[in-house]
Write a protein that binds this ligand. Structure first.
Ligand code: UDP
Length: 247
């Protein structure tokens, strides 16, 4: 089942279920696009019909963050938990090591994707990887896409920031079996941005921790109250049309 939050259809799968879907897609070689939809991306799609249409074409759209979990709950269709890009990767790597998946890391500043990949491969030795930074020029793109194509990734992780990574993946779906937009995950995997301690994640305040560590995120997070207001409005509108229908 999918719950529609401001026009974006979010899957109501748990982390475990999402991982199973991805594993099956890799095993059956079914081309699959995974969007990790955070409130900023969902809000941006509200002002960009093309982005909205693209995201709704993805095979899996996960609730990335406590704001989306709250929204789904508020709209009367709860999702079990948040499924963020970094948590999803950390759940996929143990399978990748066992199955010897080929993973391409595309994105972040020069050296970072490579460092992230090295650290992952140290911890998960079976993983076969290649990496490419995300600050390439348009004219370098054909060479990069060829490099990815030749590598034949089971997983293509794209950390170019949202929504650029979504547009990029949408036009390069044929490069890999499963493509996932992972935002700033490589920075975290490389150890450049420390994740919040587990207890802060458990009380759903990771967003606040990131804000304290990276105050420049404030401008992005200003969108959160507007997101919340629109969700409340969507709930009211749906309530009204439901009452009208049941009269
Ligand atoms: N990035 C990139 N190329 C660009 C712009 C950004 O590779 O042209 C990377 C950036 O280095 C960072 C990621 O995209 O690693 C975006 O991270 P952000 O924290 O904004 O994403 P979030 O995790 O919040 O979605």
């Amino acid at each position: 089942m999918r719950v529609e939050v401001l026009g974006i259809k979010i899957d109501d799968y748990s982390m475990q279920e999402t991982v199973i879907h991805i594993q099956e897609a890799v095993e059956k070689k079914e081309q699959t696009w995974v969007v990790t939809a955070n409130p900023e991306l969902i809000f941006a799609a509200g002002a960009d019909a093309r982005l909205k249409q693209l995201i709704n074409r993805a095979q899996l759209v996960t609730p990335d963050g406590v704001g989306v979990v709250w929204a789904a709950n508020r709209l009367g269709h709860p999702v079990p938990e948040r499924v963020t890009g970094i948590d999803l990767l950390e759940s996929l790597f143990p399978i990748a090591t066992e199955k010897k998946w080929r993973i391409f890391f595309l994105g972040s500043k020069p050296g970072v994707a490579e460092l992230a990949a090295r650290k992952v491969a140290e911890q998960y030795p079976g993983v076969v990887w290649q990496a490419q930074h995300g600050y390439f020029q348009l004219e370098e793109q054909p060479e990069i896409t060829e490099k990815i194509r030749e590598f034949k990734p089971d997983l293509l992780l794209v950390g170019l920031g949202a929504p650029r990574q979504e547009f990029w993946i949408a036009s390069h779906l044929d490069l890999a079996t499963v493509s996932i937009g992972v935002g700033g995950s490589f920075d975290a995997l490389a150890g450049l941005n420390k994740r919040a301690p587990q207890w802060i994640r458990d009380i759903h305040l990771e967003w606040f921790y990131r804000l304290l560590k990276q105050p420049q995120r404030l401008r992005r997070q200003m969108v959160l109250p507007k997101f919340a207001w629109r969700v409340v409005k969507q709930g009211k509108d749906e309530g009204k049309s439901h009452t009208r229908r049941s009269r």
